[in-house]
Design a protein around this ligand. Structure first.
Ligand code: SF4
Length: 95
């Protein structure tokens, strides 16, 4: 992925929707993200983020263009899967 595509923004969203890494850190400190029945193990989380960071649909290093989610948040959920139906970057986690 080239630098231009990494930095482009969603067509419908302006700067008011940008969040900082610190804001995402704060979201991930919520009690629900400490619950092992909700979140994936760390090694699965890292695999998912690696897939996102190699994906052409990741915008500004944090937002999935296909679902609009902040991937650092969505990749935490066991129940979530990558929304790309053709090249599923990662699957839901049932273990
Ligand atoms: S969730 Fe899937 S489509 Fe979205 S950025 Fe990650 S790998 Fe790409």
């Amino acid at each position: 992925m080239n630098e231009e595509s990494r930095n482009r923004t969603c067509r419908g969203c302006g700067p008011q929707y940008e969040v900082t890494e610190a804001q995402i850190d704060r979201i991930l400190q919520a009690p629900m993200f400490q619950d092992e029945t909700i979140v994936v193990p760390d090694h699965i989380y890292e695999q998912r983020l690696a897939a996102c960071h190699g994906c052409e649909h990741l915008l500004q290093e944090q937002t999935c263009q296909l679902c609009g989610c902040y991937v650092r948040v969505s990749a935490k959920y066991r129940s979530k899967s990558c929304p790309n139906v053709k090249l599923r970057g990662w699957e839901s986690y049932a273990n």
